[in-house]
Design a protein around this ligand. Structure first.
Ligand code: ADP
Ligand code: MG
Length: 719
């Protein structure tokens, strides 16, 4: 009997290596396969007559084999099998490589559906290595064929069979956690039907409805998970800081605070100082503010209050680079105020770390540390902190919820928590995303900020752009070049299956998709051909974190002048010498993401620029680029992003972004643009929150379990 928890090796055809391959994308059990959604679908149902086929197209054709297939041996071990096939409109040559046995398997007169890429050499059209399916009256062929992301070490067919086996084994006994009443009210298919419908869609409508149900679930679970955690929110046990006088700190800042910073600090003071000891809730606040709006100063104010009231405080950053950056700024500031500051991150020597650990528990004036700035090394199990009063987390969305609370729950008193997020969230969504937190918004930029000059250009500007990049790099500036993090499809995958249609393309209006620049090819070309004389760095998501940090550190230190990267360039990193941000295939990015990228430049005194390169003409992509060139206001951009793309992107980025491939969570919602699904899920979440906030009613038992496992899957798989 297969269950959701059965190991993959229980499936026929999956051995140890197959299971390992799947584990590398987060699939460990048979149940995990259910939510390993296709990354795309091949539209094999749309049949193209031969006369209408053009070179470069990936097409589906219904053809009859017209000549006897012949296998020929070429140089080396290579063989080619060739034959002609025809439809009513004409004939075409079909070609396979290295499958010499095919001449015995394919016979004249047989009818197949072929799916593959059309090529042309010297006027001869060919169908190269197409997938073929024998036509047979009693076995209709599926129009939409799912394409799964294929981890290394497993064959496409094996993976497809495994998913099918998982569906067949698990769906019949799968219970739907969504209450029947909600399902009917929202006309949603059952979970069983929806899972079947995304893996084996009969047609587009089924696919759309099925994906809609799964998106609904993702959003509902997300909202309910927030609800459950806020139902658990502590209303007492916080530490009151009687002294909330910030003036010594404020007077040491090199700038006057903006109104928004003052307001935020006032809110923090109220959280920390008001009310009576005893029934005092710990602070649980998020500061949301555009890049460069000055969130750090607010964090520092809060840290200062903890320290001056005799407590320790911790400042946690998602990467070592960011941690070091904060340390460099905060150490002198707090030392002049009489406190001791230490850095704690993974790369320190064991001895150095031990010294910090000791300082976090010791009262010895020589050893004592008041403020620790660090990475998640701070939440490693051996870290204990005495009299911990406040935990600040920078760029909160890089940490999972449970990571944040690990340190908080270690002490005997509950420390206050403050998190910072640079994702401007439209007001309408902030409840759904941050329902369990009090929100402070920094909606005002420090005075005198230079606007980043933003331009959208197409490929015809390439030479001028390269000259501009060179000029920036040679005149003391630094340049980021960002390419979309699209994986190069393995050649074997292309050959076997032809190009897929992205889920997004199929479900929504297809946008023109210009050819992609992959970061790797692009960096190589720049290094070798365009700027052989300039130091070009390269950074991408698959690098080990030490390599990433090294590449980033080289750029921060100015050892590389040009940094080609995928979007992994660190949120929050401050390289004031960076004067130019180039975004390749800018049509691939959402508005808020483009805005974040643009926020990496314009941090110094020099005029900075952002160049968005795209060949997209018209459509939502062009609209986004126009928005970028017309405004620098993060909130305005976020609101437009919400209108243009729907909320999916926000949930993905702010709630639980940077997900590993294959892990559960908001996987479909991130691609979903139909706001109605989100609204429906929000309404149902609100109703449930009223009628059964803890989801303790027996009829919600399964729902509760699903929500908890959804929430659980969220943070733990980071890094
Ligand atoms: P973010 O909100 O993105 O974390 P930071 O806190 O890093 O932004 O601030 C960005 C830059 O603006 C820093 O160099 C900081 O010193 C400066 N800054 C912050 N607040 C002010 C202010 N009120 N006036 C002038 N400059 C400020
Ligand atoms: Mg910051």
């Amino acid at each position: 009997m297969l269950t959701r928890q059965s190991p993959l090796t229980d499936l026929k055809g999956i051995g140890k290596t197959g299971a390992e391959a799947l584990a590398s994308v987060g699939i460990r059990t048979v149940g995990d396969l259910l939510t390993f959604y296709p990354r795309a679908y091949q539209n094999r149902g749309e049949i193209r007559p031969i006369t209408l086929a053009r070179a470069g197209d990936t097409v589906s054709m219904l053809l009859t084999v017209g000549t006897v297939p012949r296998s020929v041996r070429l140089r080396g071990r290579m063989t080619i099998t060739k034959f002609r096939a025809f439809d009513e409109s004409g004939s075409i040559e079909v070609l396979y490589f290295n499958q010499p046995y095919l001449d015995k398997q394919i016979a004249v007169g047989e009818e197949y559906r072929f799916f593959g890429r059309v090529t042309e050499t010297k006027g001869v059209l060919r169908l190269v290595s197409p997938v073929r399916e024998r036509l047979s009256p009693d076995l209709p062929l599926a129009d939409l064929v799912p394409v799964y992301r294929l981890p290394k070490g497993i064959r496409r067919k094996t993976l497809g069979d495994a998913v099918k086996a998982a569906l067949d084994a698990l769906l019949p006994s799968l219970e739907d956690p969504l209450p029947e009443e909600i399902r009917r009210r929202r006309s949603l298919p059952t979970l069983t039907a929806a899972l079947r419908g995304v893996h084996e869609p009969e047609d587009r409508e089924t696919l759309r409805r099925s994906a809609g149900r799964l998106v609904f679930d993702e959003v509902l679970y997300q909202l309910l998970a927030i609800g459950l955690s806020s139902a658990n929110r502590k209303t007492s046990g916080g530490i009151r800081f009687p002294d909330t006088d910030l003036s010594p700190f404020v007077s040491r800042l090199p700038f006057p605070l903006t109104g928004a910073q003052k307001r935020t600090l006032a809110e923090i003071c109220r959280d920390l100082g008001e009310g009576r000891e005893g029934d005092f809730p710990p602070m649980n606040r998020i500061v949301v503010g555009d890049v460069g709006s000055g969130k750090t100063a607010c964090a520092e104010g809060a840290l200062y209050l903890a320290l001056k009231n005799g407590y320790r405080a911790v400042m946690m950053a998602p990467t070592e680079i960011l941690a070091r950056q904060h340390y460099a700024e905060m150490r002198p500031l707090f030392e002049t105020l009489g406190f001791r500051v230490a850095l704690l991150c993974g790369s320190l020597r064991e001895r150095e770390k031990r010294l910090v650990y000791e300082g976090m528990t010791s009262d010895d004036p020589l050893l004592r540390v008041d403020l620790v700035v660090g990475t998640h090394a701070l939440i490693s199990p051996q870290v204990a902190c005495e009299r911990l009063g406040l935990i600040v987390t920078d760029e909160q969305h890089r940490f999972g919820v449970s990571q944040r609370s690990a340190l908080a729950e270690r002490g005997d008193r509950l420390p206050h928590t403050l998190v910072m997020s640079a994702t401007p969230i439209p007001r309408t969504l902030s409840l759904a995303l941050y329902g369990d937190l009090d929100v402070s918004r920094i909606d005002e930029m420090p005075a005198g900020r230079q606007k980043v000059g933003t331009f959208a250009v197409d490929e015809s500007y390439r030479d001028r752009l390269n000259a501009f990049i060179r000029k920036n790099a040679e005149e003391g500036g630094q340049v980021y070049i960002v390419c979309p993090a699209i994986e190069e499809s393995a050649p074997e995958e292309e050959d076997e299956e032809g190009a897929g249609v992205e889920l997004g393309d199929l479900l929504f209006a297809a946008e023109e998709k210009p050819k992609l620049k992959t970061a790797a090819e692009y960096a190589k070309n720049l290094r070798e051909n365009v700027f052989p004389d300039l130091p070009v760095g390269f950074l991408h998501g698959r690098m080990k974190s030490a390599e990433k940090d090294a590449a980033m550190a080289d750029f921060v230190a100015g050892r590389t002048k040009i940094l080609v990267s995928t979007t992994v360039i660190e949120v929050g990193v401050n390289v004031p010498a960076a004067t130019l941000m180039v975004v390749e295939n800018a049509e691939r990015f959402g508005l808020s993401q483009l805005h974040q990228l643009r926020g990496r430049v314009g941090r110094g005194t020099k005029k900075s620029y952002c160049v968005l390169v795209s060949d997209a003409k018209g459509g939502p992509a062009a609209e986004r680029l126009k928005t970028m060139t017309s405004t620098n206001d993060g909130y305005e951009i976020a609101e437009r992003d919400l209108r243009l793309r729907g909320p999916g992107d926000f949930f993905c980025r702010a709630g639980a972004p940077i997900r590993q491939h294959g892990d559960p969570g908001l996987r479909l919602a991130a691609k979903w643009e139909d706001t109605a699904t989100f609204t429906a899920a929000e309404e149902e979440a609100a109703l449930l929150a009223k009628s059964d906030p803890g989801l303790t009613a027996p009829e919600h038992a399964l729902l509760r379990a699903s929500v908890l496992s959804f929430a659980d899957a969220d943070p733990s798989k980071m890094n």
